[in-house]
Design a protein. Sequence first.
Length: 374
Amino acid sequence: MNRFAGEQRVLACWLALHHTPGVGPKTFARLLTQFDNLDTLFANPKEADSVSERTRTALLKPNWDRVEQDLNWFSESDRHIVTLHDPRYPELLKQIPDPPSILFVQGDVALLSQWQIALVGSRNPSASGRDTAYEFSRYMAQGGLTITSGLAMGIDAAAHQGALAAQGKTIAVIGTGLDRVYPAKHRELAHEIALAGTLVSEFSLGTPPRAENFPRRNRIISGLSLGTLVVEAAVRSGSLITARMALEQGREVFAIPGSIHNPLARGCHQLIREGAKLVEKAEDVLEELGALAGFQAHSEQSEEQVELAQDDDDEYQLLFEHLGYDPIQIDSLIERCGLTADIVSSMLLLLELQGQIESLPGGRYVRIGNQGTQ
């Protein structure tokens, strides 16, 4: 311990305890209650009567070399170690039954305490589910919410990408150490999030992706957030675990319904039967959370800015020229405006989320507001 001094010594003790075998969040919390100063714990580990003999033995020989490696890696300005007693520790997360004792953070650490919505779902979504996650995320990020997810394939990735496309904020809670990216194909996405948002983990450097890590990650995703939105999920799904953790934490749960023939909709339907709020458009989430978060006025201002931005967007102008108050088939709309099917589908989904158009049976769409060109 002589190699650490002052504030670094305090943090070193937290890290040493974090690395001690047999010490999880609940044990860590008990030891914090018993020892005001963790230096005292390491000096007299036999007094730690709330832990096993094996753990007391491990406390006699802390891994100070590993602690030093942590401190060296986190010495860069965009990397942070946030303990449960740190004023930067997010209050919402502190309220859950088993908050992480330490958070490892890369990016904007202040973002952890901003109002957040967790958006989760299938790792193998339908194309429609992926588009829905992207557009919901983009719209809610424009409305002032930070989008929190788990950097997984499918819905998670679409949620992060939607927030980034809106130049909004997003947090990725990962199930490995921050020096690893899982899945590896999301390395570039993780880099973008670190620059424009935040990466966070409770796992030490070098921790590989283990199956047991992800339920622990999920409780942080829901714990950081005012509510959790599930886009697509099978009946047996990690997303449902996240949603149920949110309910246990006293947070709101939202679910988007789908076709009764789609197996990826069944998890959402189950959540709705169990009391989750059925969501059809992004405003449903913003309105529900507005009173809790106090961002409703900001959200309304952002919606006006979104509409103005769309008025100036040549593609939206072109679309509105051919989208009237009489129903029109999407194929006819694509042919008339000359845009690709992917672009038109994405634009229609966003406009529907904003309540400007309505989809009708048979792939038809109709304007229901007075927005767009006059």
